[in-house]
Design a protein around this ligand. Structure first.
Ligand SMILES: [Fe+2]
Length: 167
């Protein structure tokens, strides 16, 4: 494998035109977009946009401090995208029972948002900052699950928003 290293950040550009290529971006080099008064939608954390999909990277950041600000993501149902999130490290502030190494897949149209315990903790502002690192891929085309994914699926995940949580 050939490896080309630049002595500067090649993303520090206003645009890009050229061939597709393999690219590695360290999440530690991403400065998160933040607002102390408003919970920013996931698209604010977009790192790559391509034809048919976007990639968002969630990195540690301060949690909203304004008393009136929502501290957790709002409920939504992805009318246009399948949503896959890989949880890399940290404590995932908007979810219960999600641990590093896990992957979630929310098909287009599936309503979801913070889990009940996370929603309650967010309302009390238990933490001042998130330490989570996760990567999300939203795809315009529906995804099919490979056999390996089906074999490891947590069949109760879909029930995890019930109160009290069952998963
Ligand atoms: Fe979502």
């Amino acid at each position: 494998m050939n490896c080309i290293t630049y002595p500067f950040n090649p993303l520090d550009a206003k645009g890009w035109k050229g061939n597709l290529t393999v690219f590695k971006l360290n999440w530690r080099d991403i400065r998160p977009l933040m607002s102390h008064r408003y919970h920013l939608p996931p698209s604010a954390h977009t790192t790559f946009v391509a034809s048919g999909f976007v990639i968002c990277t969630f990195v540690p950041r301060p949690i909203e401090s304004d008393p009136g600000a929502l501290k957790v993501p709002f409920y939504h149902n992805n009318d246009d995208y399948d949503e896959v999130i890989f949880y890399h490290r940290g404590e995932f502030f908007s979810r219960d029972n999600i641990h590093p190494g896990m992957v979630t897949h929310h098909p287009c149209g599936f309503p979801h948002g913070p889990h009940p315990k996370a929603f309650a903790a967010g309302a009390k502002r238990v933490k001042a900052e998130t330490d989570e690192v996760a990567v999300m891929i939203d795809t315009r085309m529906p995804l099919d699950l490979a056999e390996a994914a089906v074999a490891t699926e947590d069949k109760d995940y879909v029930k995890s928003w019930q109160t009290p949580p069952t998963a």
